[in-house]
Ligand binder design. Structure first.
Ligand SMILES: Cc1cc2nc3c(=O)[nH]c(=O)nc-3n(C[C@H](O)[C@H](O)[C@H](O)COP(=O)(O)O)c2cc1C
Length: 373
């Protein structure tokens, strides 16, 4: 049987060995934005998971662009050096292509760690003033963000480009910009959060303007022989929010400026959002964006069964899939998916004896093999 999921995929200048990506996942474990041993084991293990691509968590382009004090950043030499250690380890340990998601948290920054209750940081716990298109708080528990002026917009745009240059020096294969889940770039796109009356607000063309300016600034510095994409929003799940049609138009604009792929997520812009969560619930948005534009599309969201993932690719609803929680639960998800789909997958020689085809009866010289030889 030939698996579609385990067939190679070229995105921009990057060829992945299969169509499985480990979705970016915040670990809230960094120190002053710098990766540490937690990231070493987390990403090291995932880099040998058999997934074609591992994307490092949402990484802030400036300190105020973090969600929490534990979020990863790529805004200082110390951040860059700490990530260099992790990237070097992943390259030695595994075979996955490595991507990084660059982001600014916008009005959802200055938050407590999820396992400390989430919500806004109190002033005496190192809270900071957040940035947004308009001075509208997330809800009445959150302080008002500051509406960005021209100087602020330019500073954050340039910070994205600078972080992308650092990502290139680190040898990442792919950069993904985050414009979903209610963070800064998403909040420019969404009419729920963007009430500006200047050229960055109002019509869809105006709401897309700032995210496209940031995208163009990154395109300018990120090499064409690598891959460049954006996580976008298929729907806000709120009346008056972003629609799948708007997502398709935005994806087309990204393609026009030379982006290679979009990952279609949803929600996060407002506490009033009512997402219809079910297996594969965001795949219809990915499929709609794929139909509306000529850019490669990644589907994400409650994809956990290998046959479900295979069908998404085989039916042409997306070009690749990203999985988050399934990989936390089972870092060897790709190995088990390959078994289920009759496909080949890379496995480091140290772990080769865990593969069913090397269980009893298979010849493998090893001092601890069951028969004592
Ligand atoms: C622990 C955790 C951290 C996450 N952090 C990020 C992140 O850094 N960036 C992002 O775009 N999405 C993030 N997400 C969302 C996931 O990437 C993914 O889109 C979502 O969990 C749905 O996929 P799943 O059903 O396979 O988990 C996170 C999800 C989890 C569970």
């Amino acid at each position: 049987m030939t698996s579609h999921l385990f067939s190679p995929l070229t995105i921009g200048g990057l060829t992945l060995v299969n169509r499985i990506a480990v979705s970016p996942m915040c670990q809230y474990s960094a120190e002053n934005g710098a990766a540490n041993d937690w990231h070493l084991q987390h990403l090291g293990s995932l880099s040998l998971s058999g997934a074609g691509l591992v994307i490092v968590e949402q990484t802030a382009v400036e300190p105020a662009g973090r969600i929490s004090h534990g979020c990863l950043g790529l805004y200082s030499d110390a951040n860059e050096a700490a990530l260099a250690r992790v990237v070097g380890f992943c390259r030695r340990a595994g075979a996955a292509a490595l991507g990084i998601q660059l982001a600014h948290s916008g009005r959802k920054g200055s938050a407590r760690l999820p396992w400390e209750g989430g919500g806004p940081l109190l002033p005496d716990a190192g809270a900071w003033t957040t940035a947004a298109p308009s001075a509208i708080p997330f809800d009445n528990r959150w302080p008002s963000p500051q509406a960005l002026d021209e100087a602020g917009l330019a500073r954050i745009r340039d910070a994205h480009a600078k972080a992308a240059r650092r990502a290139e020096r680190l040898g990442f294969d792919l950069v993904e910009l985050l414009a979903a889940h209610g963070f800064l770039l998403h909040s420019f796109l969404s009419p729920i959060t963007n009430r500006r009356t200047d050229r960055y607000g109002g019509s869809l063309a105006n709401r897309m303007r700032y995210p496209l300016e940031v995208a163009a600034a990154i395109r300018e510095v990120w090499p064409r022989q690598k891959a460049l994409g954006m996580r976008i929003t298929g729907t806000d799940w709120v009346d008056g929010g972003i629609t799948p049609d708007e997502a398709g138009i935005f994806a087309g604009k990204l393609s026009d400026i030379g982006f290679d792929y979009v990952c279609v997520s949803s929600g996060g812009i407002s506490p009033a959002a009512r997402p219809g969560i079910a297996p594969g619930y965001q795949v219809p948005f990915a499929a709609a964006v794929k139909k509306a534009s000529d850019i490669a599309v990644q589907a994400v969201g409650m994809i956990a069964d290998p046959h479900q993932a295979e069908a998404i690719i085989a039916e042409g609803r997306a070009d690749c899939v990203a999985l988050a929680r399934a990989f936390l639960d089972d870092p060897r998800w790709s190995w088990h998916a390959a078994d289920a789909l009759g496909a080949d997958v890379a496995c480091p020689p140290q772990y080769a004896r865990s593969r069913p085809n090397l269980w009893p009866g298979a010849a493998l010289a090893h001092p601890h093999r069951g028969d004592g030889r």
